[in-house]
Design a binder for this molecule. Structure first.
Ligand code: AMP
Ligand code: MN
Ligand code: MN
Ligand code: MN
Length: 294
């Protein structure tokens, strides 16, 4: 008997195109994230580790074995107008040399920044944070604030990672060390020249004025960016409406992703998201020929 033909991609496909594994600041191996996505009804999945494509091979292999449609993914840290902005890339060649080199350069400053964060945290009474955070790191090149947050919860200073960010790690708090990430134009270019589509991640999370936000969207489009996350774990219903309108205004494709990091830690489970508003064009329809079909 022939295996069942894959379900056609539609507007209502349960797409989850934003999540993390232990290759960046998630806690599960790529394969385990794939299994969890499948178990929660995801039909089209992308693993989008921060600044790193080292988990893509395992993700694609696991998705194939599970019968889960899959796109390649990444989430690139960018500095725009002094603010850290995340750009998701989808459907690119994950072995593309320009992309791989650009991501390696973006990861480069993380260790020095982490040591500085640790020194700053020691001043407010949190000792041994660098070594403590390292215990939670799956990829030594990718030590992130999330790993510090898990360690600070372990010390008992805070009861969960959200409290840690609020008190210690958000911009302006004692353990926050400003960092210069990739340039917007470079990140969009790395993704695009590798055959993918660049997407503005969780736009509702940035502390931009309406003017600065307009500048972000305008420059993103001018650099060849084509998508925006409208439905994400970080968005309120008001954010969903705002960025649906922005997608229409800027002619952007709409994306959908949970930003899942770890069981019990992430607010939203894999695949458990509202549908995209019907009038928007889903980014996955534009990437149909880049999907690894189950
Ligand atoms: P980094 O790339 O080291 O600056 O770390 C950024 C990561 O910290 C994000 O990708 C999230 O996983 C996490 N993060 C940022 N803000 C918060 C927050 N308010 N609550 C929980 N996690 C957060
Ligand atoms: Mn993260
Ligand atoms: Mn992000
Ligand atoms: Mn993310």
């Amino acid at each position: 008997m022939q295996p069942a033909a894959p379900a056609p991609l539609t507007h209502l496909t349960n797409a989850d195109l934003h999540c993390h594994s232990a290759v960046s600041d998630g806690t599960l191996a790529p394969r385990v994230v794939a299994e969890r996505a499948k178990a929660h009804g995801v039909q089209l999945w992308a693993l989008t580790d921060h600044d790193e494509v080292g988990g893509q091979r395992e993700a694609l292999q696991a998705a194939h074995e599970l019968g889960l449609d899959c796109l390649t993914g990444v989430e690139i840290s960018v500095t725009f107008a002094g603010v850290t902005v995340h750009i998701v890339g989808l459907g690119f060649d994950h072995e593309d040399k320009t992309l791989v080199r650009g991501l390696a350069a973006t990861r480069g400053g993380r260790e020095a920044r982490a040591r500085e964060m640790s020194d700053e945290l020691a001043r407010v009474g949190i000792r041994g944070a660098f070594e403590g955070a390292l215990k939670y790191v799956g990829n030594p090149e990718l030590i992130s604030r999330t790993h510090f947050a898990r360690y600070i919860v372990e010390t008992g200073a805070c009861s969960d990672t959200h409290e840690v960010f609020r008190r210690f790690l958000a911009d302006g708090k004692p353990g926050y060390v400003p960092h210069r990430w990739a340039r917007l134009g470079d990140a969009v270019q790395w993704i695009t020249q590798a055959g993918g589509i660049a997407v503005i991640a969780h736009p509702g999370r940035y502390p931009f004025s309406p003017t600065a936000e307009y500048a972000l969207f305008s420059e993103f489009v001018a650099h060849g960016g084509r998508g925006v996350e409208v439905i994400t774990g970080a968005h309120t219903v008001a954010d969903q409406a705002r960025y649906a309108a922005m997608a229409e205004e800027f002619g952007l494709l709409a994306s959908r992703g949970s930003d899942f990091h770890a069981p019990g830690e992430s607010r939203i489970e894999l695949g458990s998201l509202p549908d995209l508003p019907g009038r928007l064009a889903p980014v996955w329809m534009a990437l149909a020929d880049r999907v690894q079909r189950a």
